[in-house]
Ligand binder design. Structure first.
Ligand SMILES: Cc1cc2nc3c(=O)[nH]c(=O)nc-3n(C[C@H](O)[C@H](O)[C@H](O)COP(=O)(O)OP(=O)(O)OC[C@H]3O[C@@H](n4cnc5c(N)ncnc54)[C@H](O)[C@@H]3O)c2cc1C
Length: 452
């Protein structure tokens, strides 16, 4: 090969390399400025803060390959800023943890971060025990969402209790259960099955029916479940399950293994009495050595507190939009559930759907809902009244008024009101029992205990 040819080829290669790297840097700069604007926007709307678990980036390990951004099934949870992954919309993280699984540098974990900054997160030890000895927390109540985690936590809490009994070898007392399990969602039910496996005496209570939050999903909702082992059943393979199929599975397991679940029984108070706990429930009192709290984070639906709210036409859940047709419907609230219900109802023939929301714009929406409600509002399929709240509900109408004072009152003809105003969380009950939460303790509060 002659020298002039080598020089020409080398120069061409160097020039191409330089051009590509200039081009890559331009893209990186553009991404950075777009993501910085998105972070600013998320902060202004309160969307940057995570509700449950969220990605935590170790910036010293991150090489900015962007794998985490690509694999996240939710939109714009993460983005690259100056070549490093950053959380943009923490509130959109639902805990798939694909970012952590796929990061080639192991620079990503998914957890609750510094719990000292989270007054909504109970402080738990590695073994899921709260600050009250013998009282454990499982599932979403601890701040980690998803069915798979709830099932795993339920099993783990019971294993820890069995281990504790083994170590302490305290004799059983008459009429004192080894363990009370509060909640019959995936965490409480898997704890119950594990308690049977471990031959513990137990009782499970739930303030409504079995199934927990799953029972409250809309009819035939497709539920994504990652592979998980259910005690006494075996492996539930990863996949999409209709809500009804999951509920049937739980019901079958309850029947087959004669799981003791007392439905419509609410936990009201807990007090330590020597070596056991005295527990007050809405169906009477009982005694137990340990407690697994698997109460989720949904609480009871928050009420509007207005005249007429007790009418049958005021509902707090939408199970099946297809059963509502040719009706005048009011949706109260501005979260994802409100938008999903409004658009689903607007798709049924003959419905007139109005949303009233006390704020001036929607906050913390999933991007697909944000997009959808914009389209439905601009095409007139859903009417949106911002800065508005319900004043009273009557059989044929609803009165609404401006939420900020001043402005116009309206009377809207109405057949049904769906209220999506969030839940009354179970935190006061837990705090009343003496369980400590993140904000209660100075300094860093055992954040590692909560990493998935
Ligand atoms: C709309 C929606 C869609 C979702 N989709 C998915 C999905 O596709 N895949 C996925 O993995 N996760 C999904 N999740 C999350 C998942 O449902 C929850 O993470 C999971 O149900 C948590 O289980 P849990 O057992 O901790 O609590 P929960 O299922 O909330 O159960 C809590 C239980 O505690 C009971 N309880 C509460 N307070 C008391 C009390 N004082 N006394 C007695 N009982 C009490 C309740 O009645 C209930 O039985 C979704 C959640 C929602 C809201």
């Amino acid at each position: 090969m002659d020298w002039p040819f080598i020089v020409i080829v080398s120069t061409a290669l160097i020039a191409t390399f330089a051009l590509v790297s200039v081009w890559q840097r331009a893209i990186e700069r553009e991404n950075t400025s777009r993501n910085l604007a998105a972070i600013k926007d998320a902060h202004s709307r309160g969307k940057h803060r995570a509700i449950a678990q969220h990605p935590i980036v170790q910036t010293t390990l991150c090489v900015g390959c962007g794998t985490c951004v690509e694999v996240c099934p939710e939109e714009e949870v993460l983005g690259l800023v100056n070549g490093i992954a950053e959380v943009i919309n923490g509130s959109r993280c639902v805990g798939h943890a694909k970012c952590a699984q796929c990061c080639p540098m192991e620079a990503m974990t998914v957890g609750l971060g510094d719990i000292a900054l989270r007054p909504d997160i109970p402080i738990l030890a590695e073994n899921l025990e709260t600050s009250l000895p013998g009282v454990y927390i499982s599932g979403e109540l601890g701040g980690i969402a998803l069915i798979k985690h709830a099932i795993n936590h339920g099993v783990r809490a019971i294993d820890e209790i069995a281990l504790k009994f083994e170590k302490e070898s305290v004799p059983r007392e008459r009429d004192v259960f080894d363990v009370l399990i509060v909640g019959a969602g995936p965490a409480g039910l898997s704890a119950s099955l594990r308690a049977i496996e471990k031959k513990l005496t137990y009782v499970t209570i739930t303030k409504d029916d079995i199934g927990g939050t799953i029972r409250k999903y809309p009819r035939r909702k497709l539920t994504l479940v990652q592979t998980v082992e259910i005690p006494l059943y075996g492996r539930l393979p990863a996949g999409e399950y209709e809500k009804e199929r999951l509920l049937t599975l739980w019901e079958k397991l309850i029947e087959t293994f004669k799981v003791r679940v007392k439905t419509k029984t609410e936990l009201l108070a807990v007090a330590r009495q020597g070596a056991h706990y005295e527990v007050k429930t809405s169906a009477g009192e009982l005694r137990c050595r340990c407690i697994v709290l698997a109460m989720g984070r949904r609480g009871s639906p928050r009420k509007l507190g207005v005249p007429g709210e007790e009418l049958d036409k005021v509902l707090y859940q939408l199970f099946d939009a297809a059963t509502y047709k040719n009706l005048r419907i009011l949706i109260v609230g501005g979260g994802d559930s409100a938008i999903e219900a409004a658009t689903a109802l607007a798709n049924q023939s003959g419905n007139t759907v109005t949303i009233v929301y006390r704020k001036g714009e929607f906050f913390r929406l999933k991007s697909r809902n944000e997009q959808r409600i914009k389209e439905y509002a601009s095409s007139g399929r859903v009417k949106v009244l911002f800065n508005t709240e319900v004043e009273r509900v009557d059989p044929q109408s609803v009165d609404v008024r401006p939420s900020q004072g001043g402005g116009e009152r309206l009377r809207l003809p109405n057949d049904f009101v769906f209220v999506f105003a969030g839940g009354e969380l179970p935190f006061p009950l837990l705090k009343g029992m003496g369980i400590r939460f993140g904000g209660d303790s100075p300094g860093k509060a055992r954040a590692t205990a909560q990493i998935i």
